[in-house]
Design a protein around this ligand. Sequence first.
Ligand code: ATP
Ligand code: F6P
Ligand code: MG
Length: 442
Amino acid sequence: MVPQAVDLTVRTLGECRIESPLAPLLPEPESTEHYVDEDDRVLFDDTRSMVAARKTKLDALPGFEPGGPRRKIFFQPSKTRVGIVTCGGLCPGLNDVIRGLVLELTSHYGVTKIYGFRNGYQGFIAGYGHPPIDLDAEAVSGINEYGGTILGTSRGSQDPYEIVDCLEQMSINVLFVIGGDGSMRGALTIADVVKERGLKIAVIGVPKTIDNDIPYIEQSFGFQTAFSKATESLRSAHVEARAVPNGVGLVQVMGRHSGFIACYATLANNDADYVLIPEVPFQLDGENGFLAHLRRRVAERGHAVVVAAEGAGQEYLESDEPGQVDKSGNRNLKDIGLFLRKRIAEDFAAHGMESSLKYIDPSYAIRSVPANPYDSVYCIRLAHAAVHAAMAGRTAMVVGRWRGRFVHVPIALAISKRNQVDPTGDLWMSVLETTGQPRHFG
Ligand SMILES: Nc1ncnc2c1ncn2[C@@H]1O[C@H](COP(=O)(O)OP(=O)(O)OP(=O)(O)O)[C@@H](O)[C@H]1O
Ligand SMILES: O=P(O)(O)OC[C@H]1O[C@](O)(CO)[C@@H](O)[C@@H]1O
Ligand SMILES: [Mg+2]
């Protein structure tokens, strides 16, 4: 479903009447190629045909509210109390975002009460015994040098009413949730309970996921660091495969439902010959199946490198057992890497071919590292945008970038679908061009 203008409308807590401390820094109220004024909109569509298909007036074209400081804000900074929480799996840059939020709030808005809720949504529930910690410039000094999150994280559902009870008891006005799709679903339920109770608490998300599976934000922070780290495994697999007769390097990277890490790591160094992702089903057996292709390639070129995203080929691993899920209800995937390792070895043996397969699974090593400089820049800019949005009383939204501009995206839209590699899109085309693998196996 193509989003309409109404889907891009951001919720607000009320009129902005307070002069922002950042107002003097703001340029003239007009957009340029480097700046979008707060009253302007970033168009959703960016091709002539997409705009034409709307069959509507310019004013009615769907557009995102731009990110950035406002001239007038909603919250009085000296009275504003802020909470920050990180939830879900780790991702490079979590500490950068925490630091960016704290520094922007304290240095530019003069907010003095910031609490870090610990271990994800558990941090709001007294029974877990993880009291919040005070965050200030000193507490976040240098944390961006380290992977992980200084606040801790968790999976598993918590009652949104209890979470809002905690926010009310602590007189929190703004809550920043840094997390993936599940965390954003949680953030929306919190914002809804806040609304139901007639409270004025802004809930702002900063989406994180190494899988890059959140839609309408172009790219999530930490993704670039994660795939860059994964390229090291591809390079190792290539070196190992080339060094022995009929060498096969097999690398499994994270990516539950979206194969972006596998695609980008492949494009980064051109070492892979086959990329298997959840979005593109593949046939394993038969003359034109994956195994036969691989065998022919090794016979011709002496070696090959295969990259598989963890969610690829799950159809080969389904069993009659009831589906296992993690504490948050995410389906636990079966191990495609180990399955392929076995099947490739069996296939070579069955065809009387010697082979030497080296299997590498960099797994958590790609998401536990500190952010690279590009991601650090992205994190701090997302953090700034999140603070500006919150102080201006926006709620139930995430910050992101669309067509190169920082924007406000309603959470409802950000969780409305999953960002996935489009098998008919130009990214997958680039992968096919780089690897030389066929569009379909079988
Ligand atoms: N539908 C939902 N409603 C309310 N809370 C949710 C929902 N889905 C997930 N959550 C909560 O959000 C938190 C994080 O969710 P989850 O473990 O799925 O990770 P995530 O944020 O999706 O990150 P990632 O997928 O990148 O690891 C958990 O505490 C979970 O209970
Ligand atoms: O083992 P964990 O921490 O539950 O999470 C693993 C999952 O988290 C992700 O890294 C997303 O955050 C996926 O790529 C992976 O499948
Ligand atoms: Mg998730």
